[in-house]
Write a protein that binds this ligand. Structure first.
Ligand code: CP
Length: 320
């Protein structure tokens, strides 16, 4: 593995899940792998789980991790080719990224979409410029369109909850939920493409009309605009808000009540409830569900360490 930017870099997903579960059993089993190596964790946007879990994962492998909150503590980056930098930006990515490549062996980057310019966001303009100019392996800590470390975590979590020697495909429903702010489509896009690539579940996406995701991520999924119908016999319900892809970055009016309730979940197969977090309680998911025994959101967030450790070990193996 050279870079980890999306499911396209994952290789065999079941092998990654197995490695992650081995690390979960024995976190310090490969402490010499990262000895003498350093990772830079560059955040252009806020984070709690991603920065802490990736830092811990690096330490578990014997690596040094340096966190840089670039948006708060660094110079503001310019990404336009040929820009006349007489405005607010102070350092061009063409100058900054190669320096990061000198300081670190691996670079992790978090960068959110603008939610204003769909073409630029979906071209992953910022992430790809870091990759182009830094010259070292890059790990996405969530980018404009996907969040692969989260998605690997989600598949690890689902796998752990499947019965041993399970022969039937579980039903996994990704359901849209309300929110007060326009959010990126990243987590939903990413979960969709990983679920489809994994192929070990009957995968359904439930969202209101006008909230269909980009088809390139959902190919292979069943898309339903009726949440109650979609929830029937679900084994896992992944709850997430996203803003409209069609009316890019907008919150558009929704007719029905899409906030999940225990009553709505009665038609499921005693489904486990997932969410990437952070979650706005009683807006996106209710207390009664988050605090119920079926919620596995904390366990899911805990698994972020093993997903990050797996990806780091794959990259370290390829560069050492
Ligand atoms: N799920 C997730 O990526 O959380 P953070 O934004 O806190 O990193």
């Amino acid at each position: 593995m050279k870079n980890f930017l999306s499911v396209n870099n994952a290789g065999n997903i079941d092998d990654l899940i197995k490695t992650a579960l081995d690390f979960k059993k024995n976190p310090l089993s490969n402490q010499s792998l990262g000895k003498g190596k350093r990772i830079g964790l560059l955040f252009l946007n806020p984070s709690m789980r991603t920065r802490l879990s990736t830092h811990i994962a690096a330490q578990n492998l014997g690596m040094e991790a340096v966190v840089f909150n670039a948006s708060q503590e660094g110079w503001s980056f310019e990404f336009e080719e040929g820009a006349v930098m007489n405005g607010t930006t102070a350092e061009h990515i063409k100058d900054a990224a190669p320096i990061l490549g000198k300081y670190f062996d691996i670079l992790g980057i978090r960068t959110f979409p603008s939610l204003k310019n769909r073409e630029e966001d979906y071209a992953e303009k910022i992430l790809h410029q870091f990759v182009k100019y830094c010259g070292i392996p890059v790990i996405s800590l969530e980018s404009a369109t996907v969040h692969p470390l989260q998605s690997l975590t989600d598949l690890i979590t689902i796998s752990e909850h499947l019965p041993i020697n399970n022969k039937t495909k579980p039903k996994v429903v990704l359901t849209w939920a309300p929110h007060v702010k326009p959010l990126p489509q990243c987590v939903a896009n990413s979960f969709s493409e990983w679920m489809n690539a994994w192929g070990k579940a009957h995968f359904v996406i439930a969202n209101p009309p006008g909230y269909d995701l980009d088809k390139k991520f959902t190919e292979g999924a069943t898309i339903i605009h009726d949440q109650d119908y979609a929830l029937n016999n679900a084994d896992f319900v992944y709850v997430k808000n996203w803003s409209s892809f069609e009316h890019y970055g907008k919150i558009i009016p929704v007719e029905n009540d899409w906030l999940l309730s225990q009553k709505k979940l009665e038609v499921t197969n005693n489904a486990k409830i997932m969410h990437c977090l952070p979650v706005r309680r009683n807006v996106e998911l209710s207390d009664e569900i988050l605090d119920s025994k079926n919620s596995i959101v904390t366990e899911e967030a805990g698994n972020r360490v093993w997903a990050a450790q797996t990806v780091l070990s794959e990259i370290l193996n390829s560069i050492s």
